[in-house]
Design a protein around this ligand. Structure first.
Ligand code: PA5
Length: 461
């Protein structure tokens, strides 16, 4: 079991292949060693809790016990959360449950519940889901590390009111996933005896998928959570070296950083060629963007712009831009060594060229050939790429992938000279929102918002 990273197409050659020159890549060894040393030091200081999650038996026990007690009780599980509290569970569901899981009848789901993730406060979506659910057989997981995020609190208020109207006991239909000591959810849990699982204090939202934020919903729908954590542990061990030639997350982070800062390749595309990994790209986008798009202590704005794509679908969409648009991108493909399921393309219309050549090949083969062809075409046009190959999409490899990107992001923080664990840029919008909704203590923000330019009729069309 392994994940392999092939960076051939991101390393420039003397005969003209585009990418980061080998000497530059190798020359970054000392810079990378410093980034790795910083990670080791931060981990020892207890700052990088996500690295310790695979070995956290206590948290796993919380999850396994809750899942065992919940077995057979619920037909629907709904995660309420946003940002890191939602994108991880979505990525897990898409990767590790069959496509259309929620649309399946009970039987093929083996009696396991459907899994919905409400990652927004759009009333249309929430009203539609609540109208479709039978609350008597629904469990709501309210996930918020801080325990007070406005969107999640609003969702929770709606849900607890619906449960009250249906005279259903909240402690049997709601579980919190939140900080072990701090925040409004923890206080409500204590007051109303609502079960609550922990997000360790040193694990931030977008790094939290390997704790109950991701593992609880996963376990409830039958994912092998132990395997997920074992894959993550294996990746963390592989990345335990400061030798750039041996550390896959290090190579990924350093090449992306060099491509960005020395070649103007600011846009980092993540393009799985597997539907199951589509939402892994969305999860990565949050991780890379919210962690690395920052103002450095010296005042300079830095950070790559991540873009999600999907092969082969995006070959008929964004790939035109990747091939001929500005030379400002790297593309990272994700694939698997084989296909768990494959479908042979039957012969038919053999006399018609557009169809005849497909006969006897498989859909999996077509998808793989298209990826290799796209990587080749990009290389031919001087556009660098790299490829991550999983043996298969299973819990072990998905856990390893989460850990790979988490570690790469921490390296990225050091390389870009920013703190990858905070998100100060999202605060101002939050303050204006609180002010406009009348929250106490936000008078200054209200005044500041009022002083912003108003819509100008001259510019209204
Ligand atoms: O990565 C982060 O920290 C954020 O995106 C959070 O996940 C998001 O803001 C939700 O926060 P919380 O889990 O505290 O509700």
């Amino acid at each position: 079991m392994a994940i392999r990273l092939d960076v051939t197409n991101l390393v420039a050659t003397a005969d003209g292949r585009a990418g980061v020159p080998l000497a530059t890549f190798q020359g970054a060894q000392a810079r990378f060693a410093a980034a790795h040393a910083h990670l080791v030091q931060q981990r020892a200081a207890g700052i990088l809790g996500f690295l310790d999650l695979p070995a956290n038996e206590g948290l796993l026990a919380q999850v396994e016990q809750f899942a065992a007690e919940a077995k057979g009780k619920y037909k629907d599980v709904v995660v309420l959360g946003i940002g890191g509290s939602a994108l991880g569970p979505i990525a897990v569901r898409t990767a590790l449950k069959p496509s259309g899981w929620n649309a399946m009848m009970d039987d093929p789901r083996g009696g396991l519940p459907r899994l919905h993730v409400l990652d927004n406060v759009d009333p249309r979506t929430i009203a539609a889901l609540l109208a479709a659910l039978d609350l008597r057989t629904t469990l709501f997981i309210v996930t918020s590390k801080s325990g007070g995020t406005g969107e999640t609190m609003a969702q929770f208020l709606v849900v607890q009111d619906r449960l009250k109207q249906a005279t259903l006991p909240i402690d049997e239909h709601v579980v919190f996933v939140t900080d072990p000591a701090k925040g409004a959810l923890r206080a409500i849990a204590a007051r109303d005896k609502i079960p609550a699982l922990d997000v360790p204090p040193n694990v931030g939202g977008r790094f939290s998928v390997l704790c109950p934020v991701g593992t609880l919903p996963a376990a409830l729908v039958g994912v092998d959570v132990r395997a997920m954590l074992a894959g993550a542990a294996d990746m963390a061990a592989r990345c335990g070296t400061d030798d750039l030639a041996k550390n896959p997350a290090g190579a990924f982070a350093v090449l992306q950083w060099l491509a960005d800062t020395t070649q103007g390749r600011h846009v980092h595309v993540l393009m799985p060629y597997r539907d199951a990994l589509r939402d892994m790209a969305a999860w990565f986008v949050q991780l890379w963007a919210e962690s690395l798009g920052k103002i450095q202590p010296g005042g300079a704005s830095v950070g790559p712009t991540p873009i999600p794509a999907l092969g082969a679908t995006d070959q008929h969409s964004q790939v035109q831009l990747f091939m001929e648009g500005p030379q400002d991108k790297t593309v990272t493909f994700i694939t698997t060594a084989g296909h768990e399921t494959d479908v042979t393309i039957p012969a038919g219309y053999g006399d018609i060229e557009e169809l005849g050549y497909l006969a006897g090949h498989t859909l999996g083969e077509l998808l793989d050939v298209e990826r290799v062809a796209t990587a080749g075409a990009l290389a031919k046009r001087g556009r660098p790429s790299m490829t991550l190959t999983l043996d298969t999409v299973d819990a072990w490899h998905v856990g390893a992938l989460f850990m790979f990107f988490g570690i790469a992001t921490v390296y990225g923080g050091h390389l870009y000279g920013v703190n990858p664990l905070d998100q100060p840029g999202v605060e101002l919008g939050k303050q204006y929102t609180f002010a406009r909704l009348g929250r106490a203590g936000y008078d200054a923000a209200r005044a500041e918002f009022e002083s912003l330019p108003k819509p100008d009729p001259r510019f209204a069309y």
